[in-house]
Ligand binder design. Structure first.
Ligand code: SAH
Length: 462
């Protein structure tokens, strides 16, 4: 973050605006909206600005800027077209540690103005740290169109009930849960419909009926293969309301960044051959956190029910009577195939697809080789590179054509995605020493040949 977004209380604070033109007028209006007492200094002050100042009981002095003007100011804006004056104001303010903004000159600023969506008391500020104000404004325009005007009234009414909410739900988590429910339910709908009195009656009744619950909930959420755009809406919603996020190694950083900022994050990642937290401990952790009344988001790579041990986790939750829900995610096979331009089935080449894991439970027998070999079936291997050579050799030994095409997709759907293409006979050799990074997924079948024609993601791949 280049700048820290904060909201300043300027009510009745003296703010100095240096400059008397249109830009000074805009800044003065903005400061007055926040209740500031504005003082303008400039050799010439426009009519409209004078009128604005009169309206809000602002003051002014006609004349050149002088350091004395800074006395008593809480914040300063320089909006002149005289570069030397702007520099002087900036330097004087900095020497006094006074927040200063020089319009359109970020190097001279100690703070910058965001684009804002004003649904007071709800305010959204958007900034691109000065890198692309146009983009920030476009985003603002999008927010303007998607956020109902009634959000302002909605937050005001919530404000009226804050005291009662604290009384009824002394526990923060329970209170948050109550508001989340009401703000997505009848209370909010009544406010949107302009029936505010009924909304208040509804809310009072809801408080009266509330029994603060101490049982939390677990959301078993599939986070997809890496690209945050592949999350489902439900995944995102639950990620943003969870009190605790329990995640493993496959969940990418950009996805974690979309979780609620002030949630607790617990990493229980498993790397092959060294299990950071044993599965049994993870299961118990989920039960314990929910028992403390927390809403726990158990975030897993891909889909929780495909080689994700999701089944084991919810078995334990069910046994302990903990409420839970499961959110499917895009599994690595779908994600990697789509982003590598390989359809997993195709009328002419493959009428079935089979997902197989190479991470076998200890003591398991080998894979059922004969079943894996079909000219018209696509095989997807969920596993790292270890064992790839052995599996390919066995497939050929059990009758797979040696020229059967193979694509190995590493870090699929992320900007680091790499694809290596070969055949069952030579893929292991091609991959060895290629410096490819986990996680990797292997797709075996005639459909791989379609990649040349259908790949849209990264035409330059190996
Ligand atoms: N539940 C997950 C799979 C977990 S098993 C899912 O549905 O996708 C872990 C294996 O998934 C890894 O060894 C790798 O083979 C595969 N995998 C997961 N994400 C991947 C990615 N972004 N690129 C390639 N393979 C991936």
């Amino acid at each position: 973050m280049d700048y820290l977004p904060i909201f300043l209380n300027l009510r009745d604070q003296r703010c100095l605006v240096v400059g008397g033109g249109d830009i000074a007028l805009r800044k003065t209006s903005m400061l007055m909206r926040a209740g500031a007492s504005v003082h303008v200094v400039a050799p010439a002050i426009g009519e409209a600005l004078l009128a604005k100042l009169a309206e809000g009981e602002g003051s002014f002095r006609v004349g050149p800027y002088d350091e004395q003007d800074l006395a008593g100011a809480a914040l300063v804006i320089a909006a002149t077209d005289d570069e030397a004056v702007n520099r002087q104001v900036s330097a004087d303010c900095r020497a006094r540690h006074l927040p200063v903004n020089v319009v359109d000159n970020p190097p001279l600023c100690s703070f910058i103005f965001p684009s804002i969506v004003d649904r007071s008391p709800l305010v959204i500020a958007v900034s691109s740290a000065g890198q692309s104000p146009v983009l920030a404004r476009l985003l603002r325009a999008r927010l303007e169109t998607t956020i109902p005007a009634a959000y302002g009234r909605l937050s005001s009414i919530c404000g009226e009930f804050r005291g009662l909410a604290k009384q009824v739900f002394p526990d923060t988590n329970a209170r948050r849960g109550f508001w989340e429910h009401e703000l997505q339910g009848r209370f909010a709908e009544l406010v949107y419909a302009g029936r505010e009195d009924e909304a208040r009656v509804h809310l009072r009744a809801a408080f009266a009926a509330a029994t603060p619950s101490s049982v939390g909930e677990v959301y078993l959420v599939g986070a997809g293969p890496g690209d945050p755009d592949l999350l489902t809406f439900r995944a995102l919603r639950l990620m943003q309301q969870a009190d605790v996020v329990v995640h493993d190694r496959l969940v990418s950083k950009p996805i974690l960044d979309l979780c609620r900022r002030d949630a607790d994050f617990i990493y229980v990642g498993k790397a092959r051959s060294h299990h950071a937290v044993p599965q049994e401990d993870i299961n118990q952790l989920l039960v314990r956190l929910a028992g403390e009344g927390k809403r726990v988001c158990r975030l897993k790579g891909g889909d929780p029910f495909i080689f994700g041990r999701g089944g084991e986790e919810i078995e334990e939750l069910a046994a302990a009577g903990v409420p839970f829900q499961v959110v499917p995610g895009i599994t690595a096979a779908s994600g990697c195939a789509a982003y590598a331009g390989i359809p997993l089935t195709h009328r002419d080449y493959a009428q079935s697809v089979r997902f197989v894991t190479g991470h076998l439970k200890e003591g398991s027998p080998e894979l059922p080789w004969a079943e894996l070999i079909h000219e018209h079936q696509t095989l997807v291997l969920y596993m790292g590179l270890t064992g790839l050579e052995h599996i390919c050799q066995e497939l050929v030994r059990h009758g797979m054509a040696a020229d059967m095409p193979v694509a190995l997709v590493a870090q699929g759907t992320t900007p680091q995605q790499q694809v290596v293409v070969g055949t069952v006979a030579d893929i292991a050799g091609k991959v060895a020493g290629s410096g490819i990074q986990a996680p990797t997924l292997t797709i075996i079948g005639r459909v791989v040949e379609l990649r040349d024609r259908l790949n849209w993601f990264r035409p330059d791949d190996a």
